[in-house]
Design a binder for this molecule. Structure first.
Ligand SMILES: Nc1nc2c(ncn2[C@@H]2O[C@H](COP(=O)(O)OP(=O)(O)OP(=O)(O)O)[C@@H](O)[C@H]2O)c(=O)[nH]1
Ligand SMILES: [Mg+2]
Length: 246
């Protein structure tokens, strides 16, 4: 099985090298795809150096900070064209510990999208401030209520998609870009009837580098949920194809 792990980066110079080293040391063979948005701190050069020394690392350079959603899409397209069967996404800041990657991949035998989840039994968060926990809880509750999302952790970026799932979604029509991209993807996956499962993870707040979540991102995420909620009520969403393709 060909496994690709997409790591979007923006100013992650302290984190990227140890993260990639830990990913490549896992007992399963993976291809790492770094998507760097011309990070001012030189993360892109570190990624190039890692790629030069290991054929299991590939780098996509984009000219500037174009947002998390399009970074994932660029990574998805590269992974699909490389023939990946499982496509994972994770943050570069060690909030998503690489040791969980094999758990997500194993669970993907019985599910089409697997989420590394803080909010199922055995999952938790560490070193997160109260405002950060409240933000996550509020975003999850709002998205779940409006969109009837079945997962417990709808905003998690630690995921494993089966290739067919990404192939079934027209990635170029995904409207949201920043963090709300995760909510929109989950919504589209669920609407298409794919099986979604969660495995518990301990989410650790980043220790190095800075968060990129801004007030504007939060407003955009709320807008995405409302927009998709209107789409859901108006019945204009695509009909499920999953049962045919599985
Ligand atoms: N390529 C790219 N990567 C991004 C962009 N914005 C964020 N990232 C990366 O996406 C991942 C998640 O961003 P974070 O800032 O850690 O956001 P978060 O994990 O939701 O929030 P914190 O818990 O505060 O860290 C990290 O690996 C970032 O470097 C972007 O515009 N482009
Ligand atoms: Mg983070």
């Amino acid at each position: 099985m060909h496994i690709a792990v997409i790591v979007p980066t923006y100013n992650e110079k302290e984190n990227l090298r140890p993260l990639v080293e830990q990913l490549l040391a896992l007992p399963i063979e993976i291809q790492v795809i770094v998507v760097d948005d011309n990070s001012p701190d030189g993360t892109g050069a570190i990624a190039d150096e890692l790629a030069a020394n290991n054929s299991h690392v590939r780098v996509i350079h984009r000219p500037g900070k174009l947002g998390l959603g399009t970074a994932y899409i660029a990574g998805f397209k590269a992974a699909l064209s490389m023939g990946a069967d499982r496509i994972l996404t994770m943050d570069a800041d060690f909030s998503h510990n690489p040791r969980y990657v094999p758990h997500l991949v194993t669970k993907s035998r019985e599910a089409d999208l697997v989420i590394g989840s803080r909010y199922v039994r055995g999952g938790d968060t560490r070193y997160c401030t109260l405002p950060r926990k409240a933000l996550s809880w509020g975003a999850n509750t709002f998205a779940k209520t409006v969109l009837w999302l079945q997962a417990m952790d709808c905003t998690a970026g630690f995921r494993c998609y089966r290739r067919e799932v990404l192939e079934s979604i027209d990635l170029d029509t995904i409207f949201s870009n920043g963090y709300s991209f995760l909510i929109e993807m989950l919504y589209r996956v669920q609407r298409r009837g794919w099986r979604v499962a969660e495995v518990p993870i301990i989410f650790e707040n980043r220790r190095r580098g800075a968060s990129k979540i801004s007030r504007q991102e939060i407003m955009r995420a709320m807008y995405t949920v409302v927009r998709l909620g209107i789409e859901r009520l108006s019945g204009s969403a695509p009909t499920p194809v999953a049962s045919r393709q599985r």
